[in-house]
Every structure is written in C-alpha cells, then in structure tokens.
Ligand binder design. Structure first.
Ligand code: GLU
Length: 425
C-alpha cells in the first residue's frame, strides 16, 4: 500500500498536464495560460473543535478558488484524509473546466477537511462543519463562492453549513441567501433529484456514447469503483437500462459476480457498516489489484483520483471508461489506455450532472421556485445531451481524444472571456 502511495502522481500534476496538453494544441494565448495555471485564492484555516470527550482537537480546512472569469466560484467540499492544498488546487481547477464546459455561469473552487469522518460521531461532525463554515467566513457567499457535497459530505453537511452561514449574517438577509450552498435537503431549499444527478449524468454519458456507435446499454457488463452517492446512482440507472453490474470495489473490499450484483441488497448490506461493501455474502471476493482487469464492457471509477495508473492500465480489457470520480486516471495510465484504443469519457463532462443540478438548485433558490424531480431530470438530460454533442462534434472534426476535445471547448470559453474583458488595470 505504502509503495503505491509513493508512486502516485500528485493530482495537481495530473490536471496541469491535461491543461498544458490542450493549451499547446489550441495555441492558447500565453498570458491567459499563465493566469489559468494557478489558483486565484488558496485559503487554509486551522480551527479548534470540542470533541465529545471534552478535549479540543485542531482541524485544518481548505478552500481553493481557482478561477471566476465566468461567474461565482463553485465546487464541493470533501472530508477525506487525502485532502490537502495540492488536492484542493487540482480539484478546483477541474471545477473551472467543468462549469465552463457545461455552459454554466460559474467558476471553479474546491475544498474540504483532512479527516476520515468515520472517526467522529455525528455531533462532532456537526461541530466540525459549523466551525469550518465560521472559519471560512466571508470567503464563501451565495453570489461569490457556493460549496456543494463531494466525497463523504452530503445534504446534512450542507444543511449545517447553510444554517451556520445564516446565523452569522443580519437576520433581514437570511431568507434571500438559501443559495449559499447547493445539495441541501429538500426541506430547506434543496433540489428534487440533486441526490442522483451525478450518477444519472454518468449513465447518460454511457447511453449517448453508445448511441454514436449504434449500440445500447442493454446486455453490457460494467464494474464500479466506489459505492458512494455517484457509484450507487450510476449503477442504478445503468441497471434500469439493462446493463449488468458485475463488480464493485471500495477501500475495504473488491467483489465480483458474473450473474450480476443485486444493487439494493448491496446497499442494505452497506447501511450498518458505515457504507462499506465488505463482507457482502452474495458475491466473490477478489484481489484489489485485479479489480480493473475484470472482463467487462464498461468501467466506472467513482471514488478517488489517480486510481488507474501505468500499473493497472495495461491489463484493462473494457472498451469504455466513464469517469464518475474527478481525476481517476493519471497521465501514464491515460497514455496506455489511449494507445490501446480505449475511450475515456472525461470527468469534466461525465460527472457534470452534479454541478448542473447544483446550478438548477441555485436558480430555484434565487427565483423562489420549486421544480419537480421529473422537470429536473428532463432539463438535466437536455443540457447533458447538448454538451455531449459539442464534444462529439469536436472529436469528429479534429483528431482529438474526448478529454482533449472537452478541454478545448472549456478553455476556449474562458479565453474568450479574458479577451473580451481584458486584464485590470
Ligand atoms: N462535488 C461535485 C463535483 O465535483 C459537485 C460540485 C457542485 O455541485 O458544486 O462536481
């Protein structure tokens, strides 16, 4: 384990490499390249929280605001022990490309706290979240920087952030500021369907890509790394469309079942085990290092960054990879996959259903509207389809892989914004 960790490329190196590759292809204006290479703001906060046993623990939280040329900073907050400035910097940059590619009036940000939430009680997590929000202070705001859920954070986390934020602003402004975070519970301004939006988007990418080949999901086999919100909902929608869910992996176990895993039985199994798939009796345990080698049609990495590398990429036999996670493939891994003719639908498109739904939630709150789940999923599918067509056209008209084509569209829009507004002073 230790050995693999050391060898892993930094996530920031991965995203910078992807950016520079496209910048060269599109002859990006050098001044704009310089601006986009670095973050606008990198906020680190250290804050004390009283634990259940009465002792005080100090936590470190981050919010990196990469770029806001297209609108307010937008992106999630993750609670994980891999969170540090490098990770937040990389993830914030990915958000800038993602919101631009999606055609949203947002920039990119990301942050979080370096903790394993399973080490804390619910009331400790609530106090950690509230104190983190307080420490961030005016660095976040409904029209300035709008957080959302990410790895190990959810609607409950967003509710604590919203309540803490509201409690610290003048009471006359509280009711108009619901859009301080997205991904909230429905009762406090959350969007119907936001919970499944990212997974739904992963499924839509599969469907749209297969359409271009005249193929269908029905009968295709797939495996998922990560059985959190994205992994679960992606698998759920794929199964509904006839695909067979034959493998799943998390930090504790790797499972295989040729006849197809019963997703609801697996979800029930995870509930009392803090979300872990370990010990699920209806599938066979396999070695973690063999997981991506399972003979299947589609792989959905929906966990953390840098999971597909030069070590496991050469043995991958699937023909399609859908990046549910942010940055799951490192540079060397990607080169091998492309060399082997494997199509990668890149994160900045593939998992953009989440932030597109966040945009809907933000609009719903700003306009005092309430949208039904049916409306949300319909609008989401329409937006994802339009965005897919743009990338597909770029792939067809150039000789680019899907990631480079997506980057080209995203970066061009930001380049135009800088060209039009100029650089102050
Ligand atoms: N955390 C999600 C992402 O990486 C959603 C971000 C958002 O909705 O702001 O795209």
């Amino acid at each position: 384990m230790e050995k693999t960790q050391v060898k892993k490329q930094s996530m920031h190196a991965t995203v910078l490499n992807q950016f520079n590759k496209t910048a060269a292809i599109m002859h990006l204006n050098e001044n704009i390249r310089k601006i986009l290479c670095i973050s606008n703001n990198e906020i680190t906060v250290n804050f004390p929280v009283k634990m259940d046993d009465g002792n005080v623990e100090i936590f470190t939280g981050y919010r990196v605001q990469h770029n806001n040329a297209l609108g307010p900073y937008k992106g999630g907050l993750r609670y994980h022990n891999t969170v540090d400035v490098d990770a937040a910097r990389a993830l914030a940059m990915w958000m800038t490309w993602k919101t631009s590619l999606a055609g949203l009036p947002f920039g990119g940000a990301k942050g979080g706290i370096e903790i394993d939430p399973r080490d804390y009680s619910i009331s400790e997590l609530e106090r950690i979240t509230r104190r983190f929000t307080y420490a961030l202070g005016e660095n976040i705001g409904p029209d300035h920087d709008i957080p959302a859920p990410d790895v190990n954070t959810n609607a409950q986390t967003m509710a604590w952030i919203a309540d803490t934020y509201m409690s610290t602003i003048p009471s006359s402004e509280r009711s108009q500021n619901k859009h301080i975070v997205t991904g909230k519970p429905i009762g406090i301004g959350g969007l119907e369907g936001r919970d499944r939006a990212t997974g739904f988007g992963v499924y839509i990418s599969a469907k749209l890509f297969l359409d271009t080949k005249g193929e269908r999901l029905d009968g295709k086999t797939f495996i998922v790394q990560g059985f959190g919100n994205v992994g679960y909902w992606a698998a759920y929608f794929m199964i509904q469309d006839g695909a067979k869910f034959i493998g799943v992996q998390d930090a504790h176990a790797s499972l295989y079942k040729e006849e197809g895993i019963n997703i609801e039985a697996l979800a029930e199994h995870c509930k009392p085990r803090k979300g872990s798939i370990e010990g699920f009796p209806e599938a066979v345990n396999i070695d973690a290092t063999d997981f991506f080698n399972i003979n299947c049609d589609i792989i959905i990495p929906a966990a953390l960054g840098n999971q597909i590398t030069a070590e496991n990429a050469p043995r991958i036999t699937a023909s399609l990879i859908l990046e549910g996670a942010n940055g799951p493939i490192d540079q060397e891994g990607e080169e091998i996959l492309l060399e082997n003719g494997i199509t990668i639908i890149p994160d900045i498109y593939c998992n953009s259903g989440g932030v597109i739904a966040s945009y809907f939630e933000w609009l719903q709150n700003k306009n005092g509207e309430l949208w039904s789940r049916k409306t949300v999923l319909k609008k989401l599918e329409k937006k994802l389809t339009e965005n897919f067509k743009n990338i597909h056209n770029e792939v067809n008209n150039s000789d680019l892989d899907w990631r480079s084509a997506a980057y080209l569209i995203a970066i061009s829009r930001i380049e135009t914004a800088y060209e039009q507004r100029g650089i102050f002073p």
